[in-house]
Design a protein around this ligand. Structure first.
Ligand code: PHE
Length: 453
């Protein structure tokens, strides 16, 4: 245990944790989810979820990693026998996410290049689906799409290169460069978007509160879902990262910084996206609500259309936007891959290099499946199942195991308090032992009901 890898400093760790949290989910997921779930009124459930689940779980995962000094399976096994499989379940989910997450980063890289000559043309959806991803061409189902394959290979070369370099020289250095760069680029994007005609209408649409939505269970489920995905909690990631913390490091404070930095960026993305959508609506002479999109279409169809119409700086805006997406995605992908590399390394007692080659290489190979024609359809299926069943269940197992089976909350609290300036109160234990399990249990039940009945 003595020669366990370590971050060079607490700041390095915070950059890495923030890098994991800030990802594709902040840029394309949050604005649409907030809009669909009450607009301005969504901030109440969102803030509640952040304070009763997001930050408490971050503190929990940071403390577990810091105290037990292992990746999720090993740390959970050290807490109580029988915990190990929860860690492996989380790692399995992380593995699946890594396969398709890397493909979306590859698209963002391609679109960075397309920005130089607006290659997507006037019909951006048709370009994305038919020309770029080549969906629906059943005659050649299953053959690789070179336009996706090449950037995908590049993504994996970058990620595996960083993983080989190690925790301090690889992950920490990458996060310290990429995250500040991302923030600067993104602030420029938001300022540009806010100066566009129609931006104010976009923001009004985004913030307009639908107070009735607060009474709707679905809205609360969406808030918790967004917090979990966005903060990368319940995936074994934050446990792994904090196991590389120096012995004396303020855990609770780090969790607050990570949580607020992530939400701050999320809000910034909401401003940028909705200002740009307001511009698009003004160009088309329609209401903002008619152009709102989320996910893949928002990034790869709506944004290219916005860029097409932009008066001035359009190429630069395109490059900045897709480079931001790439950077945000890469630091998250690195964290996902690290969780199972650490798991494999400890379980089979092999060197980091071997674990990277085996674990990382395997994901890269599986990811290639999504760069085939019609791979987009598979990606949708994977994303759907992960979000509907994987995430809530993994988080639920984790909190129930710690709070009720191992009854470990009090001793973890003592550990966190021994190194932190902010002392944890009863809110922390109540959030994790009561509120979070109830909400996650309800989420699971709700998903099952919608899918099966
Ligand atoms: N938190 C990242 C995002 O917002 C995504 C992510 C999910 C990263 C799960 C790691 C694990 O996009």
């Amino acid at each position: 245990m003595e020669n366990r890898a370590q971050f060079g400093s607490r700041a390095g760790f915070i950059f890495a944790a923030v890098g994991s949290a800030i990802g594709l989910g902040n840029i394309w997921r949050f604005p649409g989810v907030a809009y669909d779930n009450g607009g301005g009124a969504f901030f109440f459930p969102y803030l509640f979820a952040l304070l009763t689940a997001g930050i408490p779980l971050l503190i929990l995962e940071f403390t577990i990693g810091h105290k037990y000094r292992g990746s999720a399976p090993l740390s959970l096994a050290r807490i109580k026998r029988g915990g190990e499989w929860i860690g492996w379940w989380q790692i399995a989910i992380a593995f699946v996410i890594a396969t398709y997450y890397s493909v979306i980063i590859a698209w963002a890289m391609s679109y960075t290049v397309f920005s130089f000559n607006l290659k997507w043309g006037a019909d951006t959806t048709d370009f994305l689906v038919a020309d770029y991803l080549k969906v629906g061409d059943t005659a050649s189902f299953g053959s690789f799409v070179p336009g996706v394959l090449i950037p995908l290979i590049l993504v994996w070369l970058i990620v595996l290169g960083i993983m080989y370099a190690g925790v301090k020289k690889g992950i920490e250095v990458a996060a310290k460069i990429m995250i500040p760069l991302l923030v600067v680029l993104f602030v420029i994007i938001v300022i540009r978007a806010l100066t566009l005609e129609g931006a104010v209408d976009g923001l009004n649409t985004f913030f307009k509160p639908d107070w009735g939505s607060i009474m709707n269970g679905k809205v609360w489920v969406a808030a918790y879902g967004q917090i979990f995905f966005s903060l990368s909690i319940g995936f074994a990631i934050m446990v792994t990262y904090s196991s590389y913390l120096p012995k004396k490091a303020d855990i609770t404070n780090s969790a607050f910084i990570t949580g607020f930095a992530n939400s701050g960026f999320e809000l910034l993305a909401g401003f940028g996206v909705f200002a740009a959508l307001g511009f698009m609506a003004a160009q088309q002479g329609v209401g903002v609500n008619e152009v709102v999109q989320g996910g893949v279409l928002l990034a790869f169809s709506v944004f290219p259309s916005i860029i097409n119409e932009m008066p001035g700086f359009q190429h630069a805006f395109g490059v900045l936007f897709f480079v931001s997406l790439t950077l945000a995605g890469l630091t998250s992908l690195i964290s996902i891959v690290e969780t199972y590399i650490a798991g494999v390394q400890e379980k089979f007692n092999v060197s980091r290099t071997k674990a990277v080659t085996f674990g990382g290489g395997l994901t890269a190979l599986v990811a290639l499946v999504f760069s085939t024609q019609n791979g987009l359809n598979l990606l949708d299926v994977a994303d759907y199942f992960i979000n509907q069943f994987g995430v809530a269940l993994a988080g639920l197992f984790e909190v129930v195991f710690i709070a009720w089976f191992a009854k470990e909350l009090k001793s973890l609290q003592a550990h966190a308090d021994s190194v932190s300036d902010i002392k944890l109160g009863a809110w922390w234990r109540i959030s994790l032992s009561v509120i979070t399990p109830i909400v996650l249990g309800y989420m699971m039940f709700d998903n099952l009901r919608q899918n099966l009945i």
